[in-house]
Design a protein around this ligand. Structure first.
Ligand code: SF4
Ligand code: F3S
Length: 106
């Protein structure tokens, strides 16, 4: 399955959700997760993300491997999101910040 990683935290541009043919994105307060049981590995979402937050599971950068289990865990409790929406007001301030995993709200 594909995995949403660090760059998405507090940016949450949501361009990705509109292209997913199986609607497997799940929405939290300041991050999105992909449900690995639903993702069909089509890769369409990758190019949509303006901050390159999405990777195939076997290509997730070493420092962001924790996001693989995190996507699976969060996707279980978060609702689906299938339509694009406006990002947080302060998204630009967070776009180039790294290691935001502790900032994810449940
Ligand atoms: Fe959806 Fe395809 Fe992205 Fe998986 S790889 S989350 S199926 S758009
Ligand atoms: Fe996040 Fe990129 Fe989608 S910032 S919401 S993975 S378009």
């Amino acid at each position: 399955a594909f995995v949403v990683t660090d760059a998405c935290v507090r940016c949450k541009y949501t361009d990705c959700v509109a292209v997913c043919p199986v609607d497997c994105f799940r929405e939290g307060p300041n991050f999105l997760a992909i449900d690995p049981d639903e993702c069909i590995d089509c890769s369409l979402c990758v190019a949509e993300c303006p901050v390159d937050a999405i990777f195939p599971g076997d290509e997730v950068p070493e420092q962001y491997r924790d996001y693989i289990v995190l996507n699976a865990e969060l996707a279980k409790s978060w609702p689906p999101i299938t339509e694009r929406k406006a990002p947080p007001d302060d998204h630009a301030e967070w776009a180039s910040v790294n290691h935001k995993i502790k900032l994810i709200e449940r």
